[in-house]
Design a binder for this molecule. Structure first.
Ligand SMILES: Cc1cc2nc3c(=O)[nH]c(=O)nc-3n(C[C@H](O)[C@H](O)[C@H](O)COP(=O)(O)O)c2cc1C
Length: 362
């Protein structure tokens, strides 16, 4: 199923080695500027960076079908992104020798061998380009109603970035290729990624997202809680293997008296919370704090190191050596992807919350 959302529906189409990948957004209210610069900026953030990443070019030339005079007009809007630099022949040999860690084997069984295996087909990380284009379209629209989504890399393997940060640091998160906030962590992480690459291996990490400016009460009981909507979209992203909100699994080590975010009345008369262990969500509804979630990004599946597989033609065990171009670490590329996941999910929730109108904080 390539459709997500209630009030804002997104439909994802294309494949890694198809002519195009793309996305259709249906349900966007009329009158919002279609900011092509913002779409291009987000696509640029997702593009592989030299040294750590694959050499696939991913120029991401895009075309918009829909809108009127540069604004949304209430009709569906499609963003088409051309696939260039595709080297399908790398995959011919792999069809009957499934790559460990990829969808090759379960997809072959599910689709009875009719699956487009080139570059992972519809299971490829390439499918995140249109998601990021949609995120780039929605970012300035949300900003207009006071909502911002910031993601950053908090760890690569066992190396962690600083836990303390300022808003200014978050604003500058794209100034380095690893999307970390402290320069000390940058050096250590870069060294680690290069060492892992020399070993013919790969490494994973954690990406944190902070969403500020949400109205209190955003989220729908029961199956479309704020956590459920964000998680469903986050888990659609290839390579995401875990998610936690607020203190998450670490929170199990606290007592209720420590975990509870206690309420107080500010001098201004506003109700506030003293802490944010719940990650801005109680009962599936936003509670006025920033929403904070972290995703676990697995070590990249394709590695040069020899691995075991089965030759499904010969029905024999075989050693597989994957050729072609692959990232030793995809974690920094997940940063604009998670911002886009947040932008899409939050827009959908806001439109549901306000009966089709995009209104920010209450
Ligand atoms: C932006 C992005 C780029 C990716 N690039 C690669 C890659 O170059 N090589 C690879 O093996 N996996 C890559 N992946 C991850 C795989 O697509 C993913 O691990 C695989 O499809 C299996 O899905 P799963 O890890 O969710 O089970 C990428 C993922 C993303 C989000």
């Amino acid at each position: 199923m390539n459709v997500f959302g209630n009030s804002l529906k997104i439909i994802l189409f294309g494949k890694s080695h198809e002519k195009y990948v793309g996305i259709t957004l249906d349900g966007l209210p009329a009158g919002f500027k279609i900011d092509e610069e913002s779409i291009a900026k987000y696509l640029n953030y997702r593009r592989p960076k030299p040294i750590i990443n694959t050499s696939r070019v991913e120029e991401d030339e895009f075309e918009i079908i829909g809108g009127f005079n540069g604004f949304t007009d209430g009709a569906p809007l499609t963003i088409l992104i051309k696939n260039k630099d595709v080297k399908s022949s790398d995959y011919d040999e792999l069809f009957l020798k499934p790559r460990p860690g990829h969808a090759d084997y379960p997809a072959y069984i599910k689709y009875k061998g009719f699956n487009d295996y080139r570059g992972g087909g519809q299971f490829s990380g390439r499918m995140t380009a249109p998601i990021v284009a949609a995120g780039g379209l929605l970012a300035p629209i949300l900003e207009n109603v006071g909502i911002r989504c910031y993601s950053r890399v908090v760890s690569i393997g066992e190396i962690k970035d600083s836990e303390e940060y300022t808003l200014e640091q978050l604003e500058r998160r794209y100034e380095n290729d690893l999307r970390v906030l402290s320069s000390g962590a940058y050096e250590k992480m870069m060294e680690k990624i290069l060492a892992v690459r020399r070993e013919g291996d790969s490494i994973g990490g954690v990406v944190e997202t902070v969403i500020s400016g949400l109205p209190v009460g955003l989220g729908e009981p029961f199956f479309y809680s704020l956590e459920s909507g964000i998680s469903a979209l986050a888990f659609s992203i290839p390579g995401i293997k875990g998610i936690e909100f607020g203190d998450g699994f670490q929170g199990t080590l606290l007592r209720g008296s420590e975990f509870n975010d206690q309420l107080y009345l500010e001098n201004s008369g506003k109700i506030k919370l003293k802490s944010n262990h719940s990650g801005g969500i109680n009962g599936g509804l936003s509670n006025g704090n920033p929403v904070v979630f972290r995703v676990a990004v697995r070590p990249t599946s394709s590695i040069p190191k020899p691995q075991n597989t089965v030759n499904m033609k010969e029905m024999s065990n075989e050693i597989l050596r994957i050729k072609g171009r692959h990232d030793p670490c995809i974690v920094p590329r997940v940063v604009p992807i998670m911002e886009s996941v947040a932008n899409i999910a939050i827009t959908d929730f806001l439109l549901t919350f306000n009966g089709g109108e995009l209104i920010g904080k209450n």
